[in-house]
Design a binder for this molecule. Structure first.
Ligand SMILES: [Zn+2]
Length: 116
């Protein structure tokens, strides 16, 4: 299951970044998911909750933001935001484009509660 390995990766990133603050509790993990990343937010949420249940991250909630797809036109060099998954430049109509955003899955912020 694709989403389970992604959830696993997220928990690894989070644990890595809070390892110097062992007394803090992770509250909110914000992630940005590109619309082309082929991730089902509900499945990811479900996988994450199953994964962290009973662990140090069980109180953390996952906040998923969808990132729109941006394409760069190879003819006129301008950026367009993708509409209805039509890979066409909105400026000149060219269909030779490169995807520059929309495939990523990034942890954008981690909110922790300090017990100290
Ligand atoms: Zn163009």
């Amino acid at each position: 299951m694709h989403e389970l390995s992604l959830a696993q990766r997220i928990t690894e990133i989070v644990r890595e970044s809070v390892k110097d603050e062992p007394l803090s509790t992770v509250r909110t993990i914000s992630i940005a998911v590109g619309e082309l990343a082929n991730v089902n937010a509900e499945s990811l949420m479900f996988a994450f909750e199953a994964l962290v249940d009973g662990t140090d991250l069980q109180d953390a909630s996952l906040n998923i933001t969808s990132v729109p797809v941006e394409i760069l036109c190879l003819s006129c060099d301008k950026l367009s935001t993708l509409n209805d998954f039509i890979f066409q430049c909105v400026h000149c109509g060219s269909t030779s484009t490169d995807v520059c955003r929309g495939r990523e899955l990034d942890v954008t912020s981690i909110e922790v509660d300090d017990h100290t």
